[in-house]
Ligand binder design. Structure first.
Ligand code: SF4
Ligand code: SF4
Length: 136
């Protein structure tokens, strides 16, 4: 069993179809959705974990593509602009996984450890300088 992170973009005409249901039922995949959004233009974004046999994940991805769904290996939608960070530390207590942490106790410089980020977006809401932003 493998778990892959995927970032899906659904065109407007496909957002109401039970595509995720078919991934579970037809390909035996376990789906864990991190985040979902439908834009005002009725396009859909999903960030999810897909767990299953490699071959079934591949078939599921091909199935998604037949609907015009854009499938990307999960690139985190969170962006952390190091050049703008003032190292104020305001985000630190809001980050549940310590993806944002003090990297150097002497300088108190803050660092972002991307692998630990679970996309909760708490830092987007709590960074006063707009260092943390989300693509969706
Ligand atoms: S999105 Fe959440 S987990 Fe990721 S860095 Fe921001 S607060 Fe931490
Ligand atoms: S709140 Fe923003 S500016 Fe302050 S340390 Fe965190 S990312 Fe940097």
């Amino acid at each position: 069993m493998t778990t892959k992170k995927l970032f899906l973009f659904f065109p407007k005409c496909e957002t109401e179809k039970p595509i995720i249901y078919h991934l579970v039922k037809d390909f035996g995949l376990i789906i864990n959705i991190f985040r979902a959004k439908v834009t005002p233009d009725e396009e859909g974004y999903l960030a999810l974990d897909v767990t299953g046999e490699d071959a079934n994940i591949e078939k599921g991805v091909e199935f998604l593509k037949t609907f015009g769904v854009n499938v990307d290996p999960f690139n985190k939608s969170l962006r952390w602009d190091a050049s703008r960070c003032t190292h104020c530390g305001n985000c630190l207590t809001h980050c549940p996984t310590h993806a944002l942490k003090v990297a150097d106790r002497q300088t108190m410089r803050v660092a972002f450890i991307e692998e630990l980020c679970i996309e909760c977006l708490a830092c987007v809401r709590n960074c006063p300088y707009g260092v943390c932003t989300s693509a969706f």
